[in-house]
Every structure is written in C-alpha cells, then in structure tokens.
Write a protein of this length. Structure first.
Lengths: 321, 523
C-alpha cells in the first residue's frame, strides 16, 4: 500500500470512529456515575432519525442536529426516571429503549415520508459539509506532513472536530472540576456522596443527560454527516461497539479515543479491502466487514486484561437500613 | 486503664452548656419501632457514650441526628437552638460530623479527594486540594491524625481509613463528632490511638458521641453514658458513678454474667494436626504461609488476630471448600485439600462441624425457612429422607426440637432465616452443627452481631461441648472473647501463627502486639 492509500484509510477510519467516540464518551459519563446504559444504540438511532427528518423538513442541518439531540435527551430522561428515580433495573430499561427506538423510527418514518422507513436524501445545507482547515491547500504538497494535514486532518465535518475536542474536555471535567470529582464518586460509592451532603439523584441525572447529549450528536453525525439521510437500523450496533470500546478503554477518555479509533480503523479496512488474498487463500468480504464485531466479542470475552468498572455501576442507590 | 486517668481534669464538663438536645424522637421502619420517644442531653466538651445491644436503635438515632434518616416525631436542638435536619448537608452546616461503622469513603480516590468531596470551595478542584493539603498537615500535628494525603484509600488499612473519616469531619469544621462502633475493626493498639485522638479533640472543646456495645470502651473513655434498650432510652448516668455490671443489666434488662464460667480443660488425644498449610489466593497473594497447629480433644484453641490475616482462609480450608497445600490429619486420617465439593462433604463424615464466620452468607440461606436451614449439609442423611425425596416432616420436627433446646426465639420453624435476630440466627446454625455431635467444631466469630444475652448462651454451649471431650477451634476478632473461652491462644498475623500463649500467662497488651506482627514480651 502506498502512502496516499494509507492516508486514505486513516482518513476513513477517523470518519467512521467519530460516532463511536461520541457514543463511547456518552457511555463514559453515564457509567462513571454508576448508571449502566446499554440503550446507547437506541438513542443513537432515535437521534439519527429525528435529525435526518428535521433536516429534510426544514433544509437546515443545525435544526436537524438539535432535533436529534432532543430525541436522545428524551430517551435519556426515560432511562433516568426508570433507573434513578424508580430504581429499576438499568439493563431492562436500556433494552426497552433500544426496542422502542428501533420500532418507532421505522413506523414514524413510514408515516411521515412513505419511503419504507427511510428519510429523503439530504442535500446541500441539509447536510453537514466538509470544513477545510486553514492553509490546507497551501501545504498539501509538503512531503509527509502535507497529506497528513490536508487530507487526513482537514476536510471533515465540524462534528468530527467537536468529537475530538470532547476527549480533552471530558478528561478535564472528570479530573479537574468539582462536578467531575462528585460524578466519579457517585459511581464508586454513592453513600459517600450522600453523607457528604450532595444529591446522588441530581448527579446521576446530570450524567445521564450528558450521555443523552453526546449520543444525540452521534446520531446526528451518522445521518446528516457520514450519510445523507436516515436508513432503517442505520446505527448498526454502534452503540454496543461503543460499550465494548468503553470497557477496552477502561472508562478513561484518552483511552476511549484510542479504542474507538481502532474500531473505526477495522471498519475502514473492511470497506477498503472487500476481499484479500492471504497466503493464497481469499478472505471473504463478509469476514472483513465483520472485523469490528469480532473485536467486540473478543473484548467483551475479557481477552484484553482485567478492566475494573466503577464499583457502584448498575446498582440503584438505596439508603441501607 | 484506671478511671481517674480517663476523667477530664476539673469538673467543668458536667455543667457545660448543652451541645445537643433531642426531645421525643421517634422513628419506625415499617412495623418496627426503632426509636421510641427518645430524649437526651449531651454537654459540650464531653465524650458521651451511647450503649445498647444490636438493634437497640443507637445507630438509627444517630443517623437521624446526621440527617440520614428522617424522624417521625421529635425535635433537635443544637447549641440550644431548635434545628431542622432534613438531610446530611443540614447536619454538616450545624457542625455535626459522623464516622459511620461502615466507612463512607470512595476507595479509588486519594485521601485528599475524599476529604474535599462535597466540601469543595469552587468549581475547580485545584484551590480546594491545596487548602485541604495544608489543613491536613496542621490537623495531623495537632491530633496525631497523620495520614499520607496522596495515598489511595483502598491501600490504607482500616485504622487509617478511619482517620480519613475523622479528618473529613474536621475539614468541615465539625464541633460535634459522632462515631458509630469505631473500634470494631481496629487492633487494640489502633483503638488506644483512636481514644487518644478523641480525648485530644474533647480537650479542644469538641463534643464527641461514641456509639458502642463494648462496656470496656464506655468505662475507659466516656464522661457520661446513655443506655438504650429496644428503641428506648433507659438511663443516662455519669460514667464515674456506674459499673460494667450495672450497664449490662440496663442494656439487657436482667442480670448478665459477664465472665464465662469454666473449669480447667482436660485435653485428651490430638484430634486435628495441621502441618505446613499454605494457601495462594487469586492474585498470587499468599494468604496462609505455612500454618502448624494441633488441637486436642476437650480443649478450645482460640485464634486471635485482626480480621483479614488468614483466619477466614484457615476456616475455609478446614471446612473443605478452599484448596490448599500441606497436610491436615483428622483423627490420624489425611484430609482432602482439593477444595472440591466432595472434600467439603467428606469433612462432615469425618466429624468436623463448621459454624462459619459469616452466618448470613455461608451458614444460612436467608430467604429459606428455618426448617429448611437446619438440614443443610446433612440433607443426604437417611434421617431426612431417602433417595431423591426429602422427608420435610422429619426436618420440621427436627427443627422444632433444636429450637427448643437452643432457645431460639420465636420457636417457629416456618419463619425465614432473615426474620430472626442475629443471635437467634446464630443459635440455629449452632444447633445444626453441635447436635450432629462433631469431634471437632470450627466456629468463626460466634458472637458477631449477637446481643449480650445470646452471647452468654452461645459461650455456655461452646464450653459444654468442650466438656464433652470435643475439640474446638475458635476464631474471633474479639480479644475479650478469645481470652474468656480459650484454653490455648494462637495469634495470627499475615498468614502466619505468631505464637501460642496460655490465657493465664498473657494479657491483652501482649496479644495486641502479636496481632500487629510483633513478637516477644514487652516491658
């Protein structure tokens, strides 16, 4: 493979890892606060649908994005009410949200647009365009560095840069602010937070809503930047892959960047090399495209070393008697 | 420790202004009345003890004062002013700090992070951390509260973790410090250190409320003591004017024998022989590092030690459900140390009975009825059925008999295990294991969470079993219990036996040092 080809694959990996990164950071906020969320997938899907629908209707991608975020926030609120206020089972609530999103997007999509669950193709201002970074064209011809800047880093939609910026921002919030300290504490030992006179419920709701916001961005990116419209089940398990990446990343923001990029890279490789000759055997396309999912299984089976989740994860907080 | 040393110089404490006054506090959980119309006055600059059996309502009362629970009725006055305490933040604002029995620390955080949590100065952590670091240094100097501010809490031993809890309260400028059973997890030396800290705080004018069920601590450190029984406050007296016997009577409502009556042991042949026993836990940590023990018929061997020094693993290996290397002979026969299911079962056939340390997890199934629980481990025996069928009627009848003989209250075989009090749960386990007539009884923490009245009964049963010529291995973190029951005492530290002593020839000081890993006599 030549240098330009390598840059192309990395460029594609960056695009494909962006929704995973949003979702992974979303899960990170929620789980570090002690609320497990397997409903990431459903929130991404709901946001993808509503952002595409709104963008198609108004022709404005920004309005679409806000609608997508709103959809994800609403589902996040459902998860919050079920698992924080009513102390229900967090897994069941998450599964319910996934089913709800999977069904509702198709039914409502058919009712609104009559395209078999799709939204109309998005064009022009109804889609996120590609940003060209300053001087990109000027230094394109500089060897080695030029293509990295002009082809790999430049030329993405604004949401790619937002996702990347979210990594240091998340790290800073968690490790340097009062909110972050309390958020981490509530995921490790909510009783410590409660006896310190801080509201456990308030903190967990805040975390769940941040999770909603970020999954909203993931969905909007998927439907209005990576693709040009909503297709049924277009999240394609990304919410679950993000959860695997979160475990792989040991619930840390910078690790999350690395983990999601790895998944994005595998997806990019699968897309690029439809069939590969390896030692005289042809590796089928299907295998290449299954790579991210195979890695997910490997990670979830615990082959990547011990990852210690937040200690109070998954448990509703009840004052003991 | 003598009485006069613990009393505060001067007599000012008895007419000092009130720090706290509770009037008519009541609290019910469902049908259980945990606190019934409780009134209490605590004077500023005193150490006020609250003593009572498990379930007497001490912790509930203090949790109400700390805003963790809401009282159904009653009023709280702090510094003479009526104060509403709807949540912990209000209690902190009123100058109350609490050290819970189970620490409320974030184990993965550093000491500093734990101290500032909830009391940060602003949105960013940096200034708060710097301020806390300085304050911690000052407090360490003033009150012997040294602890490394950058240490991660889960790496600290329980004594240091407790200091972090006290520092948390002092960082919030608490004037009133409540400690709930603070010495339960400490070595005697650590407990002495804690008491020095508490006296230092009192002498600085802080008010301290100490909740405990240990009479010795009350006598040693408090100025005033209030006694609770079944949710009611039965008496408040000056510590100098009372005695352990009187307090025990107030707690239980009848005269209690604080000493165990027993004759000298008449040990027979060796029943259990342990040689070079080693256990390696999951992460390659050695839990037992070569244990040698002999237990003879008709004696109680007490294993003293701070919990977590290998006692649990020793019991598990002897009980047959943890793998180990080395040899164990029971009546001359070598035991299976693979820790497999058949090993655990063969232990009972070889005459080993086991009253596990954690009765709620290993001794009983809490959701099962009492009659179902009395058969555990022995279900396969012909007396409880044949083949795949169980004889439930026989189990019920057996349970009724056991309940009568062991004074289990209420004597109803159909109640679930969790509906009995700690003492009665323990009696059910004891009845099951003792009535099987084992040659060797393993008994771990026999009186943990058990009230004084039941402790007396359980101790009598253990001594009676010994007098029948049985061997008993007693593991307990309560040094008083070890001293009272054992005919020989072995001290465990870090997976080793530090040495053996005869109860008559040693004292709590020497054992305490051995429990902390030091050997030899001290002057």
């Amino acid at each position: 493979m030549d240098y330009a080809g390598l840059i192309q694959i990395l460029d594609s990996a960056l695009r494909l890892s962006t929704p995973l990164l949003f979702a992974c950071l979303a899960g990170l906020f929620s789980e570090r606060a002690g609320v497990f969320d397997i409903g990431l997938e459903g929130k991404i899907l709901a946001s993808a649908f509503l952002s595409a629908a709104m963008a198609a209707y108004t022709g404005n991608v920004w309005l679409g994005m806000f609608a997508g975020i709103l959809a994800a926030l609403m589902l996040a609120a459902v998860h919050g009410v079920a698992s924080i206020t009513f102390r229900g089972n967090q897994l069941i609530s998450g599964v319910a949200i996934n089913f709800l999103a999977s069904g509702l997007t198709v039914v409502i999509g058919e009712a609104w647009f009559g395209l078999g669950g799709r939204t109309p193709q998005l064009e022009g201002p109804a889609r996120f365009g590609e940003l060209t970074l300053p001087f990109a064209n000027a230094i394109r011809d500089v060897p080695v560095i030029g293509p990295i800047y002009a082809d790999l880093l430049s030329g993405h939609s604004i949401l790619v840069y937002v996702a990347l910026a979210c990594v240091p921002l998340t790290w800073w919030i968690l490790s340097r602010t009062r909110f972050g300290l309390r958020l981490r504490a509530v995921g490790e030992n909510p009783a410590a937070v409660d006896t310190a006179g801080v509201s456990v419920v308030g903190l967990r709701y805040a975390a769940v809503m941040i999770c909603g916001l970020l999954t909203g961005l993931a969905g909007a990116y998927l439907a209005t930047a990576l693709s040009a419209g909503f297709v049924k089940e277009m999240s394609a398990g990304r919410g679950f892959i993000a959860l695997a990446a979160l475990i792989f990343a040991k619930w840390r923001p910078w690790h999350a960047l690395g983990a999601t990029f790895l998944f994005g890279l595998l997806e990019a490789l699968g897309n690029r090399f439809q069939s590969v000759e390896l030692l005289g055997v042809t590796v089928p396309t299907q295998f290449m495209q299954a790579l991210p999912y195979i890695l997910t299984v490997v990670i979830l089976a615990g082959f990547v070393g011990r990852a210690i989740p937040p200690r109070a994860g998954g448990e509703p907080y009840v004052k003991e008697r | 420790m003598t009485q006069s040393q613990s009393q505060r110089p001067g007599t000012a404490s008895q007419d000092a202004p009130l720090a706290i006054e509770l009037r008519g506090i009541s609290k019910a959980f469902g049908t259980v009345q945990a606190n019934k119309d409780i009134s209490i006055k605590v004077r500023r600059g005193t150490i006020h003890g609250i003593i009572g059996e498990n379930g007497a309502g001490k912790s509930t009362l203090m949790s109400i004062l700390y805003g963790f629970y809401k009282a159904d009725a009653g009023e709280v006055y702090i510094g003479g002013k009526k104060t509403e305490i709807p949540d912990s933040q209000a209690a902190i604002d009123a100058g109350i700090g609490m050290v819970f029995q189970h620490f409320k620390l974030v184990e993965t955080f550093t000491v500093l992070e734990n101290v500032i949590l909830g009391a940060e100065d602003g949105r960013l952590l940096k200034p708060s951390l710097a301020k806390a670091r300085k304050l911690l240094t000052d407090l360490a100097r003033e009150y012997e509260l040294e602890v490394d501010p950058d240490a991660v809490v889960e790496d600290l031993n329980v004594g240091l973790q407790q200091r972090v809890e006290i520092l948390k309260a002092l960082y919030r400028e608490a004037d009133i410090l409540i400690l709930d059973e603070p010495t339960g997890v400490l070595t005697p030396a650590e407990a002495d250190h804690l008491f020095r800290i508490l006296k230092g705080l009192r002498d600085q004018g802080k008010t301290i409320i100490l909740i405990t069920h240990k009479l010795r601590e009350i006598m040693e450190i408090t100025d005033t003591v209030s006694v609770m029984r079944r949710g009611e406050m039965t008496a408040t007296v000056k510590t100098a004017d009372t005695s352990p016997e009187q307090l025990a009577e107030l707690m239980v409502g009848r005269k209690v024998l604080l000493r165990v009556d027993k004759t000298p042991a008449r040990p027979g042949k060796t029943v259990l022989e342990v040689r070079g026993l080693r256990v390696v836990a999951d992460q390659g940590v050695e839990r037992l590092r070569g244990i040698d023990l002999d237990i003879r018929a008709g004696e109680v061997l007490g294993i003293a030690g701070v919990s977590g020094n290998g006692q649990s693993e020793l019991l598990e290996v002897l009980g047959g459900y943890r793998a180990a290397t080395g040899t164990i002979r029971m009546n001359g026969q070598e035991l299976d140390l693979t820790g497999s299911a058949s090993a655990a079962r063969s232990r009972r056939d070889q005459g080993i009975g086991h009253v596990p340390e954690d009765r709620q997890r290993e001794g009983l199934i809490m959701q099962f009825r009492a009659w179902e629980n009395v058969g555990f481990g022995y279900h396969h025996e012909p007396r409880f059925g044949s083949g795949m069928f169980m004889d439930n009627a026989a189990l019920r009848k057996d349970c009724e008999g056991k309940m009568a003989r062991f004074d289990v209250r209420p004597p109803d075989p159909n109640l679930t295990a969790k509906s009995f009090s700690g003492g009665n749960q323990q009696k059910i386990v004891l009845a099951r294991e003792i009535e099987r007539d084992p040659d060797l009884l393993l008994i771990g923490q026999p009186t943990r969470g058990v009230d004084i009245g039941a402790i007396e009964f359980i101790h009598k049963q253990v001594v009676a079993l010994r007098d029948k010529g049985k061997a008993i291995l007693l593991v307990s973190v309560e040094l008083d219990e070890i001293m009272a029951l054992s005919d020989r005492i072995a001290v465990m530290f870090d997976g080793r036996i530090m040495g053996e002593r005869l109860p008559a020839e040693t004292d709590a000081n020497e054992l305490g040092l051995m429990m902390a890993g030091m050997t030899g006599k001290v002057a």
